[in-house]
Ligand binder design. Sequence first.
Ligand code: ADE
Length: 220
Amino acid sequence: MRIDVLTLFPDAIEGFINESIIKRAIASGKVEINLINFRKYSPLNNNQVDDTPYGGGAGMVLRCEPIFNCLDEIKTDDSYVVLLTPEGSTYNQEKAKSLTLKKHLIIICGHYEGFDERIKTLVDEEISIGDYILTGGEIAAAAIIDSTVRLIDGVITKDSLESESFNDNLLDYPTYTKPAEYRGLKVPDVLISGNHELINKWREEKRKEKTMEKRPDLLK
Ligand code: ADE
């Protein structure tokens, strides 16, 4: 998988992709991530990328040319282009699973008040990471990179992926580690019993209970 991120602030993402699991996925060749500062694709003096909105109004708007020029260079028939915007469809684990199957993901991060609407003619999908406004798409890009790269075959163990929240629309079961008792707080007896059939049954029950209590919307 190759991920190209178009951003005016590559340093904001650089540190993140050079840590832990994502760093290892890059080092082992499972993913290639390119952070592209699209300012260099501006045709204007001083590499200007934004301008005032036609018709008036607050703030600055991202101009078309840098994004169009950059995509002219990097987009191929295998590319899937995502625009990060609070107006997009809300990101979730299902969406992460679908993006992880793309050969070449291009993620466009905005900044300022918004984009020139014509940029949207270039994209396959508009994605939001939640109903709140960020100052730019970089944090959203990091969230998408993290959640998709960890799903690539061999990046983390299959076992970890099978028993995690949102699979089967359920949250994960509660987990404990040593010591078996700490400040009067005990690990449930069943987990220490060694009876794997009972443990699995308990875990399935807890997944349902927890989901019912915390995220009943997932069960609908
Ligand atoms: N850019 C600004 N806010 C955003 C959000 N909530 N999701 C994705 N991109 C954004």
